[in-house]
Design a protein around this ligand. Structure first.
Ligand code: RIB
Length: 295
């Protein structure tokens, strides 16, 4: 393992409003001022892999020819993510409408825009084939996710964060080395967390503030406890988890060790507003994972 991660996924500009509570259908709720920040599950995970996970990270995604794209490219570049494989397409950059309540809980609607035009060309395929870990999510076309999985080299891992929840085609399911889902996504896919192993060789089920559960065929489950923090905004915390998990695996850590670091990174991510803006540093992750405090 050389520590190379390729993230294939979405990038969005997040339009975020703090609200006293999330609106019901047909209801209008007055919120606070509008914030714009770089987001998208794919881009968030790439930033986390590079910044908090110290991996050599490239992002494969599609952006429009607009100012929102610049915001995302600056964030990716600032984290040290390779952006040479990002396509510019004839559609607006993806946009996510995010509301955050006083408990830090979010609700998100995504207008995919450019993300739906993502295709893999020869240069993208070549980089994916060099990766130790290929990490994808489900905000881009499923055939692109399946193709990315098929391009990984022997011995490399294909990690799928099956978010947002969608039915997985059999060919894609069969290609998964490690599945990362929350409890709701696990229920959608298999009923119970344990039943995920009927479909994939290994899974990590994230449990919000309660940590995560690591499941691997022919091994005892490992429960990693959550770390108590003051929650400001949960947006992107799962993405930080996935990025740091992938980075750890690419450095040769086993799934449970990588998940321990990812749990610490996810805990730190909820203490600040935004998605990519809340990704901690590798040093902060190491301190919290070792039982220290991060101010
Ligand atoms: O997981 C959080 C992300 O989901 C946000 O950044 C938003 O863009 C959506 O993709």
């Amino acid at each position: 393992m050389t520590g190379r991660v390729v993230v294939v996924g979405s990038a969005n500009v997040d339009l975020v409003v703090d609200v006293p509570r999330h609106p019901h259908g047909g209801e209008t709720v007055l919120g606070d001022r509008l914030r714009r920040s770089p987001g998208g599950k794919g881009a968030n995970q790439a930033v986390a892999a590079a910044w908090a996970g110290s991996a050599d990270t490239s992002f494969v995604g599609a952006l429009g020819e607009d100012e929102a794209a610049d915001l995302i490219l600056v964030s990716l570049g600032g984290a040290g993510v390779g952006t040479d494989l990002v396509a510019r397409v004839d559609a607006p950059t993806g946009t996510a409408f995010v509301t955050v309540d006083p408990e830090g809980e979010n609700a998100i609607v995504v207008a995919p825009g450019a993300n739906h035009l993502l295709r893999l060309g020869a240069r993208q395929a070549e980089r994916i084939a060099e990766a130790d870990v290929v990490l994808a999510q489900l905000e881009i076309p499923l055939d692109v996710v399946t193709a990315a999985a098929g391009l990984r080299k022997p011995g490399a891992l294909f990690v799928l964060n099956a978010a947002p929840s969608r039915d997985l085609p059999a060919e894609l399911r069969a290609a998964i080395d490690l599945l990362v889902v929350n409890e709701h996504e696990a229920a959608d896919l298999a009923g119970t967390p344990e039943a995920l192993l009927d479909h994939v060789p290994a899974a990590v089920v994230t449990l919000g503030g309660d940590g995560c559960l690591v499941l691997q065929r022919a091994r005892e489950p490992v429960r990693i406890k959550g770390i108590r923090v003051d929650v400001v905004d949960t947006t992107g915390a799962g993405d930080t988890f996935c990025g740091v998990l992938a980075a750890g695996l690419a450095r040769g850590l086993d799934v449970a060790e990588a998940a321990r670091l990812a749990t610490a990174a996810g805990a730190l991510a909820v203490t600040l507003p935004g998605a990519q803006t809340a990704v901690p540093s590798a040093e902060e992750v190491a301190v919290l994972a070792a039982g220290g405090t991060v101010s």
